[in-house]
Design a protein around this ligand. Structure first.
Ligand code: GDP
Length: 324
């Protein structure tokens, strides 16, 4: 089996590459040329598997380059994970987010239709499709109400995938994944920010951690569990859309409590709140109902929130102590 992963150097892309390699796939990935020029930093997530995969430099916004890569690789499965992914509920930089997320997805779908119509396609949708949700928990039938440029682009990608499936018979699946974290999570996301801050405090490198709303809640899962769901979707007889979530809400405060107490610290002595990190709170919480994935894919999340945060703490202790 041959797979092509866009966004292979990111958290999900790198876990998915490892999963597919373990299943005997030939794995190809798309990275930006600048990432190939700085492999020590940009390709850190792929360090274990870099010699077992083929990387192709291209921008997903460049149709001709993407066309050539698909023509050369002839993938049987394509996982489209590349996107500008940080949700700040503003429209900062909206034009470049729209360009890469909407055009990038549209180009890939159109290229597959032209030259690899039997290739199965996974689109990385997001709980941000629901945004200002009308009800909870959300499932595949809950109306979308995106509230950010990112959410709008994910809704567009979702509908593009549905339309290529309905109109052209492409085997396209949307995964509507809720937040998922790991030791490879970017530092701007709150779980990693908390873990890193707590470890730096433990090691005496700093004294405080400044956060936004401690009572904000999320349905946080474990990224390696979520990439299994992506793969399972493409192994079914029929393409379909699935919510991927744990169904459990945890607060930012709970995350602090777990991270700090795992190293014998009291978060209340170190965490400061600054309104500059506040975002408008959800009136209806974003929490997913993944019963369809459970029934049809036999998928369920395996690692608990506590186990995940503790694993992230251990990893950051090792990383920071060794000077990385
Ligand atoms: P996302 O917003 O769901 O994509 O993920 P984040 O990890 O960035 O944020 C998760 C939640 O943590 C949101 O409800 C934020 O409002 C809340 N939060 C509280 N303090 C912070 C902070 O200092 N940084 C970030 N990124 N989020 C914070």
């Amino acid at each position: 089996m041959k797979a092509l992963i866009t966004g292979i150097s990111g958290q999900d892309g790198s876990f998915l590459a490892e999963l597919l390699l373990a299943k005997g796939y030939e794995v190809h990935g798309i990275v930006r040329r600048s990432e190939l020029e700085n492999p020590d930093t940009s390709l850190q997530n792929l360090k274990e598997v870099i010699n077992q995969i083929t990387l192709h430099p291209a921008s997903i916004e460049a149709y001709p380059s993407m066309f050539q890569i698909v023509q050369r690789v002839k993938p049987e499965e394509c996982y489209h994970l590349a996107a500008s992914s940080f949700v700040s509920y503003s429209f900062d930089d909206e034009f470049s987010i729209f360009n890469s997320n909407v055009n990038g997805t549209h180009y890939i779908l159109s290229i597959l239709k032209e030259i690899a119509p039997l290739c199965k396609f996974y689109f990385a949708g997001s709980s941000e499709l629901f945004g200002r949700a009308s009800s909870y928990p959300q499932n595949e039938n809950t109306p979308f109400h995106p509230r950010s440029a990112y959410g709008i682009t994910k809704a567009t990608g979702y509908y593009l995938t549905c339309n290529y499936r309905d109109n052209y018979g492409l085997f396209g699946c949307n995964g509507i994944a809720y937040n998922h974290e790991s030791t490879r999570r970017g530092h701007e996301f709150v779980t990693r920010k908390i873990v890193r801050g707590a470890v730096q405090i433990k090691l005496g490198l700093t004294h405080e951690l400044v956060l936004g709303n401690l009572d904000a809640k999320r349905d946080w899962g474990y990224a390696p569990d979520y990439v299994k769901a992506m793969w399972l979707m493409l192994q079914q007889d029929q393409p379909d859309d699935y919510v991927i979530a744990t169904g459990i809400l945890h607060s930012v405060r709970e995350c602090c409590e777990i991270a700090f107490s795992s190293m014998g610290l009291n978060y209340e002595e170190h965490v400061k709140v600054d309104p500059k990190f506040f975002r408008p709170a959800e009136e209806v919480p974003l929490v997913g109902d993944s019963s369809k994935a459970h029934e049809k894919l036999n998928w369920k999340p395996e690692k608990s929130f506590r186990e995940m945060i503790e694993e992230m703490v251990e990893c950051d202790i090792a990383e920071i102590s060794s000077g990385r």
